[in-house]
Every structure is written in C-alpha cells, then in structure tokens.
Write a protein of this length. Sequence first.
Length: 176
Amino acid sequence: MSLPESIRRRVLPVEVLIMDVDGVLTDGRILIDDRGIESKSFNVRDGHGLKLLKRFGLKTVFLTGRHSRVVSIRARELNIDLVYQRCHDKLSAYHAILRRLSLTDTQAAYIGDDIVDLPVLTRVGFAATVADADREVLNMAHWVSDYPGGSGAVRQLCQMILQVKGLWPDVMRRYR
C-alpha cells in the first residue's frame, strides 16, 4: 500500500484505534422489529481486522452516542478493550480513554463518519473516515477508506496500520 509520508508518520505511533459504531462498523441502518428488538449488521472482515490489531498489542475502543445491547455483544465477541456507549460528549469520553490507557493524542487513531465525531477527529494523531461519511468529515480526515461504513472500511484501516508498522508480513506468515 503506497501512502504519503505524512500519513505514515501519523500512523506509526498509533497504539489505540477508537471507533464510532453506527455508520462505521455498520452501514448506519438501525433495524427494529415489531417487538422493539434492535439489530445491526457487522462486517466479519472488520472484526477480523480488529482481532489482528489486538494480536499485535494495539488497543481497540468503541465510542458511540447510542446505547445498544447488540454493540455490547459484538464488543465481547471481538474482545474490545473499552466500550463507551450513550456518549453525547465524545470529546470528554475520548480524554477519559487516553487517561485510562495512559496514551497521548499522537498515539490515538479514530474513525468516524458524522459531524458528532469532529471534536475527536480534530484531536487524534490520526483521523480516518469511511467513504460515505459526511462531507465535513471527509474534508478534515487524514485518510479516507475506499469502502463505506459496514463494508470493510475498518478492515482496510487495520490492515493499513499493520502495514505501516511493518507487522503485515507477520500476519501473512500465519496464513501461508
């Protein structure tokens, strides 16, 4: 993957990937049946990418404005380090995450898709977004995935982080 040196410099120190959920790990749709039961669709490749990051010691965090039992279940399946739901002030939660993990802005990457993500996206060392993000987010992100939310954008980001850190050959050795 050919990346500008400015992106490589931002990605190299990353130790935590913080993610919005709706519109990033999902396509943004919320399905509610006639009994009021909510469901979401997650991409299995995104999940595998997150497991690969964890294998190499990177931390993963869900940071979402909504609360959903489905998100809690998916976080447990993927062994996500921290889950912040019902966060209406994502910036305060972001600062709490950094304190809890003893990290700095430079060591944090965030992927979001909407204007509610801008306060965090403007502070992290590496700001990423999905192909179908809000125009304001697309304009300020350091990197834009080729894929829309829920369709492999997070996997592409995880793979890129591992490649920049020189860890991708180790990933591939396991599968060859």
